[in-house]
Design a protein around this ligand. Structure first.
Ligand code: TEU
Ligand code: CA
Length: 561
């Protein structure tokens, strides 16, 4: 390979603007807040900020339902504030990645308003309209947010497709005029100086010919159509066209969100010479816990087996090495908090296990993503009352599984939500110990986690042993090491269900990473005694083959050893 691109050495910090920092007391984070906190992100050392959608939106799905691609959500600010943000970020050497949501728009987008007017409207074919079948929906697909993916529209007597909420109609990518509009809006932002895109469910844009029934109606909730709509026949063509007509003309980065894509698919999309995308967000390692009942979709509270997690991450490391490029993430705005899910968020082990997880991920090959608050070891929200949840997915799932289908009872569902709800990641950023954690002077749109008195940026910035400074060091190590950026990957002892160990090689040098995923002491010998250097670890001293609870350590071996 050895093709060097700026995004291969970069670390991305994900900002969920709604929950990051409020600057005007309305309880909603905004662009002014992001500007205020740029020095914090700079101090951490991240190279890129990925902003979740900040466009004009009715907010049915927190901005993933866009009504105007060229305007800013008024709650978040205006175009002038946005331009200031980009300028200030660039002044501090930080790039800005926008969220591109073009599998669907809002039903309030002008295109859709036109489209639904009449069958011969010039925008009709911007969306996917079908006749019903015997008075019912055109097929049996279930939406991610409950019910059918089809919504009947009185005005023209046809149904439109929405894989997500009713207010999120799917765009028709078969239509070249529609695609041209997408290329134009991408150029609009790139010409403003943004540095690339994270592309929402971009592997869903090519729908299967004829829109056939899904073979698994029992998965009615949470996208039983996923196997059919993911990685469709024309996806490569669309991505190549996007690359040739837009991306190739700018020095920017692109990451496609791709639920259920397999490594073989990702090699095609991210192939270093394929001319499509730079990397994808795969979902393997965040969809491991199997649910005994497929009708429940993602809802369960099963722990993940370490051997499964290792196999999953390793599979992607091997498959893309030298051929494509990985993105590395433990969590984001859709996933539970890393330390609560894969580590241990009790007071005794939270800090140790957060550092252990960070190390395990950041020493792999790929571009690491840090979700806001992960660098503080922020935990799941631990909500106990349904009224505390705001997320459309969580509420729709409760409604369908508890009220309508009676598949689970209230208490069970509350446990599932506490484990998997997207709101776990969306509680406000914990800046300090004050009542609303320094997030807002007003009433926060989503409750602040009570543990902000113990877990917050202000305290961590005063403590040299904090998760924050540990992440800062992880980032610095990557910036200065070709071994970490480019080295190949080799998993050690795949059957070990307690320790995740792997090594990396580059030009004769070797990196050895050892992480204890348990709360007890273990002993493992990978020849660490022969290392020249210990790069980082989460205990001050080193007991050699002994691994204390959640201990992690990284060793470097010189060339020729
Ligand atoms: O998520 C896509 C996706 O696959 C969702 O099913 C998501 O992973 C799921 O909610 C997890 O349980 C993207 C966005 O990241 C998400 O916030 C949006 O709601 C969704 O697309 C629709 O735009
Ligand atoms: Ca605000």
């Amino acid at each position: 390979m050895e093709k060097q691109n700026w995004w291969q050495r970069a670390v991305v910090y994900q900002v969920y603007p709604r929950s990051f920092q409020d600057s005007n007391g309305d309880g909603i984070g905004d662009l002014g807040g992001v500007i205020k906190r740029l020095p914090y992100i700079k101090k951490l050392g991240a190279d890129v900020i990925w902003l979740n959608p900040i466009y004009k939106s009715p907010d049915k799905d927190n901005g993933y339902d866009i009504s105007d691609y060229r305007d800013i959500q008024p709650k978040f600010g205006d175009m002038q504030t946005f331009d200031t943000l980009v300028a200030k970020a660039h002044e501090s050497g930080i790039k800005i990645l926008m969220d591109l949501v073009v599998n669907h728009t809002s039903d309030q987008h002008e295109w859709f308003k036109e489209s639904r007017k009449s069958k011969d409207n010039p925008y009709r074919d911007f969306y996917i309209w079908r006749d019903g079948k015997k008075g019912k929906a055109p097929n049996n697909w279930g939406s991610y947010f409950g019910g059918s993916t089809w919504k009947y529209d009185e005005q023209t007597g046809q149904y439109y497709l929405h894989l997500f909420a009713e207010g999120q109609p799917d765009l028709n990518w078969e239509n070249p005029r529609m695609r041209e509009q997408v290329w134009e809006l991408m150029r609009f932002w790139l010409d403003k100086g943004v540095d690339g895109f994270r592309m929402d469910v971009i592997n869903f844009i090519s729908k299967p010919e004829g829109l056939p029934d899904a073979p698994n109606p029992e998965h009615a909730l949470y996208g039983n159509a996923e196997p059919l709509v993911a990685d469709g026949a024309k996806l490569n063509d669309y991505l190549k066209e996007m690359h040739d007509k837009v991306l190739a003309r700018y020095n920017v980065m692109s990451v496609g969100e791709m639920p259920s894509s397999k490594p073989e698919d990702a090699v095609q999309y991210t192939g270093l010479d394929a001319g499509e995308l730079n990397m994808v967000f795969q979902f393997d390692h965040v969809t491991l816990a199997a649910n005994p009942d497929p009708r429940l979709g993602k809802w369960n509270d099963q722990p993940v087996k370490l051997t499964d997690l290792k196999a999953s991450l390793s599979r992607w490391q091997y498959a893309l090495d030298g051929k494509g490029w990985n993105s590395l993430y433990w969590n984001n705005h859709d996933q539970p908090r890393a330390v609560s899910r894969f580590g241990n968020d009790t007071p005794e082990y939270r800090v140790r296990s957060a550092k252990m997880l960070g190390t395990t991920l950041h020493m792999m090959q790929g571009t690491p993503y840090i979700y806001q608050g992960e660098e503080l070891g922020m935990t799941n929200s631990h909500f106990t009352d349904l009224s505390q949840y705001e997320d459309i997915e969580s509420l729709a799932a409760y409604h369908q599984l508890v009220d309508q289908e009676r598949l689970v009872d209230h208490d069970t569902m509350m446990r599932y939500l506490a484990t998997k709800s997207r709101d776990n990641a969306r509680t406000p950023m914990q800046w300090d110990r004050s009542q609303n954690a320094g997030f807002t002077d007003g009433e926060p749109w989503l409750s602040v986690n009570a543990n902000h008195e113990k877990i917050n940026a202000q305290d961590e910035l005063k403590d040299t042993d904090s998760v924050f400074y540990y992440y800062q060091k992880l980032i610095q190590l990557r910036h200065h090491s070709d071994l970490i950026v480019y080295g190949d990957y080799q998993e050690l002892d795949p059957d070990d269900n307690e320790v995740f160990a792997y090594q990396r090689h580059y030009k004769g040098e070797k990196l050895l990473v050892i992480s204890n995923f348990t709360d007890h002491e273990l002993s493992r010998d990978y020849g660490q005694a022969a290392a020249q250097k210990k790069l980082i670890g989460n205990y001050d001293d080193d007991l050699g083959v002994t691994l204390r609870p959640y201990e992690t350590k990284v060793y470097q071996f010189d060339a020729g050893r």
